[in-house]
Design a protein around this ligand. Sequence first.
Ligand SMILES: [Zn+2]
Ligand SMILES: [Zn+2]
Length: 406
Amino acid sequence: MSSTISPTSRPLDTAERSRFRRLMQAYPFRDGGFERWIGARLAVVGAGMLGARLCEEAVLAGANVIVFDPDVGELANLGNQTCRPGRFKVDVVKQRCDAIRPGHLTAIPCDVRHANLRWLRGCTVWFDCTDDPNLAWPLTELSNGFDRVMFRCAVDGSGQTEIGRVLCSAGGSGHACQCCSYDPQDLFRSHRRTPCPGQSGPESPPTLAGGALAAGTAGLALSLAQRTIVGKDTDRILGHEFILDWTGFQMLHLRLPRAEGCLTGHRQWETMDLDVDDASGTLSEVFAAAEHAIGGSEIELETYLHPWNVQASCQCGAVACAVGTDWAVPPRCPKCSNRMQWLKEIQVAKATREQAASWGILANSLETLGVPRGAMFVARAGGHAARRLLLRWPKEGSQAQEGRRT
Ligand SMILES: [Zn+2]
Ligand SMILES: [Zn+2]
């Protein structure tokens, strides 16, 4: 078992001892488990009907949580979510959690694929509460790469049954990952959720499920995570799927075989810190630091999860050459001055210094190019193994603003 699953214990102060005295005697936490649990950080992706409930219960029970979700609440959510129309869902979750235990939840109103990867890496276990097929692959690859346990929670949103499920994976630690059952077609199938930034995209189907089922499923996921963190029952949790069949009044516990030929390769990553300021640094500085780290000059750099757009188009029919990730602001149209849209049919995953120079972006700041703080670059050079380089941690106290830089 990897040591990353069980965080180090931390002693409780007097106030915590009185507050959690009873909880410390509950099944998951008795025999010293609570000291490990309270030292854990949880990453929750999605602040909807599952994620918001999970966050509140986790903070109530003593955990520290980071929650990611770019969504804003709508009137139609109010039957099964505690959000507010027109406000970021994570901000409402933060307000509620601060009322329980102030300062134990960090709200990031941003797509997790554009969030600071150091934050995800700094969390002991992750919850994917989105049921978004477009996030399944990147989150699984990341959780394998950083060797983190991930719980994927979902409810049947068809309105036909009351069924929830929690899939518990740890691909970096010898168990099944979330994608062990995938075949290549699963990767290329067109998924309907999560439009890219700035695009409304096709509407995702609404989730037709009640909050009671969501509360049960979120509670199950949290309970499984608590036991995993304190080291109880882990062999019956990791690499298993739990199905909460409330229509048929039963819970199923299924083992998920680890596929040795899994498409993710179950690769664990070694990362190096890239000492480039992620606020003001330029792409040229990233190339220089990467060349230094890898010991070569003919390197190709891939900005992980952030391929380069190289053209933009306008509704008036004009097309212009410009370079930036999906999160960069596209240029204005040279003909009609309206804001253009990135032409996503043509994206380039990696570039050499010469290519970047020919695009004229070497001196551009990472921020204007749409590269997030804590981004990962994969550097490859002939004859060298690929190195993964993480932009350095932002300064203390810059967290709140950082989440809002999109
Ligand atoms: Zn796998
Ligand atoms: Zn135009």
